[in-house]
Ligand binder design. Structure first.
Ligand code: ZN
Length: 404
């Protein structure tokens, strides 16, 4: 209650000054969160209703059909000169940015008259493809129905979904691209035990990773986003390796001189459903749009981009420390495998590595005090073994993402 009063007070003060600031708009999030979409399993049938509602206000198109004949849709917002093309769920099991895209669109739907948004809508035209790979979304796979990774198909373009994205790119001729993805829980932001809740990349456009004018633009936009997000997500933002791969969509669009920004939605402590991360993605997208619309990104140094810590693979979901196994003391690293069961994603704990003094971090670490650990049913502890429950000191400990 108190927070709401504060938010309204803030908003009122800023409205009197004629503008609502970015951070005040983001604080209105609960008013524009798309409540129809939740959790990790987001398919075409989930987005149909919210899309329908949005289409009463915004222009929409069907850009084509997926390999299995599911419509691939796009939606347009704003009428400004700067064109921004965004697409989400090109990898079917990366649903967080799709939830965020609907929150963003809902923001424009609910708060149309808001001057923060009006500024974006007057200066920019957005074309958003919320689900590029609906077949992969249904099967909860990275690939499309032909088992092709669409983000490695930019050159060959064997797949209908890649061809459709490219034809929208050619038709719309964007000034910026937002390439929206999700990343696994293994990533840290730099060397610290801090998960990379968000990561960014401006893809290279050649093997030498030359810093070209269009890359500089996207570096500045990313720097603007990171600056805005520090308030909400201090130090939890990483930067992806920019090795050039012209089979990747981002690299290919960048090499056509269109500043392209890769967004990666990652892990936030305890948030396996990615509901918290989703908020940060929305905040990041609004920040990027605001920086582009206002031109504020031009004032930033592109070198700030290189100050963002690099993504490292330093995390496991769970680490059991100091386990006694075959008369030796060792660590056991467990990773959750995402499995689609009865239209829900289950997080199945699997042992990935057994070794002494693992120099990794666990999102959850359990100190086993050099005692023996056993598994239910006398199963031996070994790599690739499923570990729903462990028995430590005659006590059963459940290994699942709810208590992580
Ligand atoms: Zn991806």
């Amino acid at each position: 209650m108190f927070t709401i009063v504060i938010i309204e007070l803030f908003t009122f003060v800023n409205m009197r000054n004629g503008t609502i600031l970015y951070s005040d708009f983001i604080r209105l999030y609960s008013g524009f969160k798309e409540l129809e979409l939740n959790g990790r399993y987001i398919t075409y049938s989930h987005i149909e209703k919210p899309f329908q509602r949005l289409s009463s206000k915004f222009r929409t198109t069907i850009i084509g059909q997926s390999t299995l004949g599911v419509p691939i849709k796009s939606i347009f917002v704003g009428s400004g000169k700067i064109k921004i093309l965004a697409w989400s769920q090109m990898h079917g099991n990366e649903s967080t940015t799709t939830k965020a895209v609907f929150d963003l669109l809902n923001g424009f739907y609910q708060y149309e008259g808001n001057d923060f948004l009006k500024n974006i809508m007057e200066r920019c035209t957005l074309q958003i493809i919320p689900m590029l790979n609906p077949d992969g979304a249904k099967a909860y796979t990275r690939e499309n129905a032909n088992k092709t990774d669409l983000n490695r198909d930019a050159k060959k373009m064997t797949e209908i979904e890649s061809q459709l994205l490219r034809s929208e790119f050619d038709r719309f001729q964007p000034d910026f691209c937002f390439n929206l993805h999700g990343q696994r829980t293994i990533f840290s932001a730099g060397d610290q035990p801090i998960p990379a809740t968000l990561s960014f990349l401006t893809p290279a456009m050649d093997q030498a990773r030359t810093i070209t004018a269009s890359r500089i633009k996207s570096m500045r936009v990313i720097a603007a986003i990171v600056k805005d997000l520090q308030e909400f997500l201090p130090k939890q933002i990483g930067r992806y390796d920019d090795a050039f791969n012209d089979n990747c969509t981002g690299d290919s669009f960048q090499s056509l001189f269109v500043p392209t920004i890769l967004f990666e939605a990652g892990h936030y402590k305890g948030d396996y459903q990615r509901e918290k991360t989703r908020e940060f993605v929305v905040a990041a997208m609004f920040s990027g749009l605001n920086a582009i619309a206002s031109g504020a990104y031009n004032d930033l140094e592109f070198q700030d981009y290189f100050e963002i810590p690099e993504n490292k693979k330093l995390f496991y979901d769970v680490i059991l420390r100091d386990v006694k196994l075959n008369d030796q003391i060792t660590d056991v690293a467990i990773q959750f495998k995402e499995v689609l069961t009865n239209n829900k994603i289950e997080f199945v704990p699997i042992i990935e590595k057994i070794a002494p003094n693992l120099s990794f971090y666990g999102h959850k670490e359990i100190d086993c005090g050099k005692k023996k650990v056993s598994l239910e049913g006398q199963k031996p502890l070994g790599e690739n073994v499923l570990v729903s429950n462990i028995i430590l000191n005659n006590e059963v400990l459940a290994i699942n993402c709810e208590n992580n």
